[in-house]
Design a protein around this ligand. Structure first.
Ligand code: BTN
Length: 248
């Protein structure tokens, strides 16, 4: 993939800017980054706190050739790419909380928000990555559950090293996803990096419902399978997952 990086001092949301660019015909590989976001967005309509230079606020335009029902695997692919980037550059072993929260020492270090839009050139998927670089500006409610690269390594982050490694890893997994057996390969790559794939006691909070059980792998599209105490297998397509051992 040919990456072109557009840098901004400030944006509402890099995902919104990338989406606009995609609607105007931007090629796959366009990346938007901003030093700060004033309206950063998280999953489920949440706010993504984005103070200046405290996080990597990064959005990539993709024009995937896979079926739309597998677009959810793009976020799993991005999670695997972030994981490898952190391990290769900073030597810590992250975990992935389904579907795509990257954790270090049980605390969230990165979130991913993928948004799809039908454009004149066909489907575009905006892959938004918010990676915490330092912890100084975490508001108190976030500080307890979040960490950053600087907090984990004790060193400031050099974006000029981080960005090329991240884009190279995204490129590698994107190629894998779109290649032969790509759907299965990406699920396997995700599963190798996530302790949530199998045997994790979880509470999954869905709109209007909570499922409690033990994880037992992924569906074809990356949805999480949960075995309830009565043996019934439930499928979560989206939702928030809590590790029961942590909360109880
Ligand atoms: C999550 O809720 O965990 C996902 C957070 C995604 C945040 C990133 S920061 C860059 C991009 N722009 C946004 O507005 N959101 C994503």
């Amino acid at each position: 993939m040919n990456f072109v990086i557009l840098r901004f001092d400030q944006l509402g949301s890099t995902n919104s800017e990338a989406l606009e660019q995609a609607k105007r015909g931007a090629d796959e590989g366009l990346c938007v980054i901003a030093r700060r976001q004033t309206a950063g967005r998280g999953r489920h309509g949440r706010v993504w706190n984005s103070p200046p230079d405290s996080g990597l606020y990064f959005s990539l335009v993709l024009r995937p050739v896979i079926e739309a029902r597998f677009f959810s695997l793009l976020t799993l692919m991005a999670a695997a790419a972030v994981c490898d980037t952190l391990r290769e550059l900073y030597s810590f072993e992250p975990d992935i909380k389904w579907p795509n929260d990257i954790l270090a020492g049980g605390k969230k270090i990165c979130g991913i928000l993928a948004e799809a839009a039908d454009t004149d050139l066909g489907w575009a998927v905006i892959l938004g990555i918010g990676l915490n670089l330092k912890s100084d500006n975490f508001p108190p409610e976030i500080a307890v559950a979040a960490t950053s690269i600087a907090a984990e390594t004790g060193r400031p982050v050099d974006l000029e090293i981080l960005l090329p490694k991240l884009t190279a890893n995204i490129s590698k997994f994107y190629k894998l996803l779109q290649g032969e057996n790509g759907i299965e390969n990406i699920r396997n790559e995700w599963a190798r990096r996530s302790s949530y794939n199998e045997g994790k006691d979880v509470r999954v909070i869905l709109p209007g419902e909570t499922i409690i059980g033990t994880t037992c792998g992924l569906e074809e599209n990356g949805a999480l399978r949960i075995k309830q105490p009565d043996g019934e297998i439930r499928i979560a397509q989206a939702g928030d997952v809590e590790n029961l051992r942590q909360v109880s």
